[in-house]
Write a new protein. Structure first.
Length: 298
């Protein structure tokens, strides 16, 4: 049965289909055919034989008709059975869409990546070679503008590089992913925030919590409004509304008790809530009231 991590990684690609060709082009330096659209297609790759083949995800690059099929597999561990079914995935999709097809494997660690990238000998001099990306192959998203424009890639980058020996860099990537997530709908914001935090080792998480978010010249709407214009003007009322808006996005509809708490907060406490929000997995944690229960409304 697929694990939570497996499904969470796939969700990044489902939510942003352009992420798959983006990684092929940027991380693997592949020349892709011209296309005008990217869409998710059926992952059922069963042929007329009784055996059932179902890939994790299929992404199509389209220009009036499909020009490239991408079979995407998230691999958390080595599985020798996959080396028999992966060629079938590609062959069956190629027969269905009548164009070129490739297999992209997102590997959980470098050991799995080394296993997955080995050529599959099919016999008769034929071989099948998948395209594989381990953590080191995922782009490091250290630019805030790029993170805001591509939050799924920012989250994938934070998950891939969270264990980097340079904990400051790992924390910086995670901070940008968290900032990018805050601008999304409540469901994605919560999921992506949790994915980033749970992928960080203790050292990187401490570094993230110690970072002063206000020292960066952010370009996102939240940062410009809160850490820039709102703070410079000293408008506590406006900052209260921004914090309430972000809390609702991150944790869902707020209760009257939460609104009262935030509206009664001073300038320093609003700053603290805004900073904690980047790393807090619960509403109480973001508010700094772990001893009380100030749940969001349902």
């Amino acid at each position: 049965m697929p694990s939570h991590l497996h499904e969470a990684l796939l969700l990044l690609f489902r939510n942003r289909p352009t992420l798959a060709p983006e990684l092929l082009r940027e991380a693997l330096n592949l020349q892709l055919p011209d296309y005008t659209d990217v869409r998710i297609d059926s992952a059922d790759l069963t042929d007329i034989q009784p055996a059932e083949y179902r890939a994790d995800l299929v992404v199509l690059l389209v220009r009036d008709m499909p020009v490239l099929g991408i079979v995407l597999e998230v691999q958390l561990s080595s599985d020798e059975d996959k080396r028999y079914v992966w060629p079938a995935y590609v062959a069956n999709l190629r027969a269905r869409i009548r164009c070129q097809v490739c297999l992209l494997v997102i590997a959980a660690d470098e050991g799995v990546a080394r296993w997955a990238c080995k050529a599959v000998e099919l016999g008769g001099g034929n071989r099948f070679v998948p395209w594989v990306l381990g953590p080191s192959g995922i782009p490091e998203i250290t630019d805030e503008k790029r993170a805001i424009e591509d939050p799924e890639l920012a989250v994938l980058s934070a998950m891939a590089h969270g264990h980097d020996r340079n904990t400051a860099k790992a924390a910086r990537i995670a901070l940008l992913a968290q900032m990018a997530s805050l601008g999304l709908d409540a469901e994605r914001s919560t999921l992506y925030g949790d994915l980033v935090l749970h992928s960080l080792p203790e050292a990187a998480r401490r570094a993230l919590q110690m970072m002063n978010a206000s020292k960066y010249e952010y370009q996102s709407e939240f940062a410009r409004r809160y850490f820039g214009q709102g703070k410079a003007a000293g408008k506590v009322e406006g900052r209260v509304e921004i914090v309430l808006e972000l809390l609702a996005t991150r944790y869902g509809m707020l209760s009257a008790a939460v609104e009262t708490h935030v509206r009664g907060a001073g300038s320093a406490e609003l700053d603290a809530i805004a900073k904690r929000m980047l790393t807090a997995s619960t509403l109480d944690e973001a508010l700094g009231v772990p001893g009380r229960t100030m749940r969001a409304s349902r």
